[in-house]
Design a protein around this ligand. Structure first.
Ligand code: FAD
Length: 471
């Protein structure tokens, strides 16, 4: 499946740097269009943040907590029917915080009923709100913030703001101060038909995608960090990996947009105007996670699939990012989630700032990781009394872990804020044949966003490769 470094050719039509869901999709589409594609991945495993690891018989998923129904159509159209068929709904989403405790299927119908009956919001207000967010599109006015949107429809209702915002903050790191359209687009995606997962786990998905890439004829090489993108006369010429130069008419970088500009090309490759825009890019926050493996023959009750929990009195984006946040989501993976694998695992996720962890000395870092696990265990016991006795593996990941495995600037989990999209989309105007795919601008992040962006960028690169400029 993966080719040895010394067996790589000196020349391909197009090189993809990175195998996140965006990179994998672009690679597959371009090979499908008949181009000779080389996919280079820094890690030994494909998938980028769509990843997993194994410990003592447990398999832990990192970013498989939920995605919108749109994945069904996208996977069927751009990957294959088998991948589509493993997508199943998570029907039991739980919210538990000092302002409210409730369960929902996270569909528009159920959410409307909760907002009307539990939160006593008039139906006319709800209709107007849902119509407004559903009608938002990328080219709309970007000056209104999500906070202003909420204040317009639900003034003073911090409980409603929390219900509407908390899952989206976990889903893409956005805050009440981000443009309302980023909220509207993501919220309507989720609200459409609920939250979905991939039955069989991330490892199964990536295995199926790898098979598809092999069938399409993509050359795959892992443990292959790209150190430099070669640019001459404002045209991309190839890359350097492990000391070897490989030429190509086009390069698609799935490395972070900031990594691509500053580390792989270098500032000298760009105009001042472009750099001004690039320098203004804000990367999104990173994450912490705690992984719990339940002993082989132990069982835990069904307490829901996804638990949005918080002990904080009010929703507050800053509190969610704090080192000692009292807000987290628990993803519970029952054996049914991985048919044939008879284990329960639990993953707690928290938003987090890179600098809070990166500036610690080694001893403090270790101690803080231990405290993070202890705090999370206490929270977990509220939902699964006595669970401590059933756990045989506990481990934590921090923003440093995410940076180490993906190289992303500040270990970002969801790429960049809104302004990153424009920079990503205009890269090829600066350097002919150079494209970027990957989490930018909130709406292109997440599993669905990354795959969809992969398709868009494959179309751009295919058009370029067929054009005179590329010859
Ligand atoms: C903790 C966490 C939870 C998440 N939960 C969800 C969720 O529930 N639902 C959801 O939809 N999304 C979730 N996401 C987000 C989602 O996983 C990502 O948005 C998506 O997978 C990103 O895909 P990408 O194409 O941008 O590439 P990435 O996954 O960022 O991958 C980029 C790849 O490029 C490689 N690379 C970088 N530089 C180089 C180089 N120089 N040479 C070679 N290779 C290089 C990296 O090693 C990596 O493999 C979560 C993310 C995190 C961190």
């Amino acid at each position: 499946m993966c080719v040895d470094h010394d067996k790589l050719s000196d020349n391909y039509d197009v090189i993809i740097i990175g195998s996140g869901l965006g990179g994998l999709t672009t690679a597959n589409r371009l090979a499908y269009c008949g181009h000779r594609v080389l996919l280079l991945e820094f890690h030994h495993q494909l998938g980028g943040l769509a990843t997993w690891f194994k410990r003592r018989g447990h398999i832990f998923d990192i970013s498989l907590h939920g995605f919108p129904y749109g994945m069904v159509k996208t996977c069927k159209k751009y990957w294959n029917r088998e991948i589509m068929q493993s997508i199943v709904q998570l029907k039991n989403i739980v919210f538990d915080n000092p302002q409210f405790s409730l369960r929902t299927t996270f569909t528009r119908e159920d959410f409307t009923s909760i907002l009307r009956n539990y939160f006593k919001i008039p139906q006319t207000t709800l209709d107007r709100f849902f119509t407004t967010v559903a009608g938002m599109n990328f080219y709309d006015d970007q000056s209104m913030t999500t906070r202003e949107l909420f204040d317009q429809f639900f003034p003073g209702r911090t409980d409603v703001h929390r219900l509407l915002m908390e899952p989206i903050t976990y889903a893409n790191g956005s805050t009440l101060d981000d443009p309302a359209i980023t909220y509207g687009i993501v919220f309507s995606n989720f609200m459409n038909k609920g939250v979905y997962t991939f039955e069989g786990g991330t490892d199964k998905l990536i295995r199926m995608m790898t098979d598809e890439l092999t069938k399409s004829g993509v050359t795959i090489c892992t443990n292959a960090k790209v150190d430099r993108i070669i640019v001459e006369d404002k045209k991309v010429r190839g890359i350097v990996t492990r000391g070897k130069t490989i030429s190509a008419r086009a390069v698609v970088s799935n490395s972070g947009i900031t990594n691509t500009i500053y580390d792989l090309v270098g500032r000298e490759g760009f105009s001042d105007d472009f750099l001004e825009k690039a320098d203004a890019i804000r990367v999104n926050n990173s994450s912490c996670q705690v992984y719990f493996g339940i002993k082989k023959d132990s069982v835990i009750k069904d307490a829901g699939d996804l638990l949005f929990t918080s002990a904080s009195p009010r929703f507050d984006s800053e509190e969610l990012l704090d080192l000692h946040t009292r807000s987290k989501t628990f993803s519970i993976y029952y054996p049914k989630t991985r048919p044939g694998h008879d284990r329960h695992t639990i993953v707690a996720s928290m938003n987090s700032r890179f600098d809070d962890w990166s500036l610690m000395d080694e001893a403090t870092y270790k101690e803080q990781k231990k405290r993070l696990i202890d705090r999370t265990l206490i929270d977990l016991e509220r939902y699964f009394p006595g669970v401590r006795e059933k756990i045989d593996w506990m481990e934590a990941a921090t923003p440093k872990t995410f940076k180490r495995y993906t190289l992303h600037t500040l270990g970002t989990s969801f790429g960049t804020k809104f302004e990153g999209l424009d920079v990503s989309r205009s890269l090829y105007k600066e350097i002919a044949g150079l494209f970027h795919v990957g989490s930018v601008g909130i709406i292109m992040s997440g599993w669905l966003g990354a795959i969809n962006y992969g398709v868009i960028v494959a179309n751009d690169a295919d058009g370029f490769l067929r054009s005179a400029t590329a010859q």
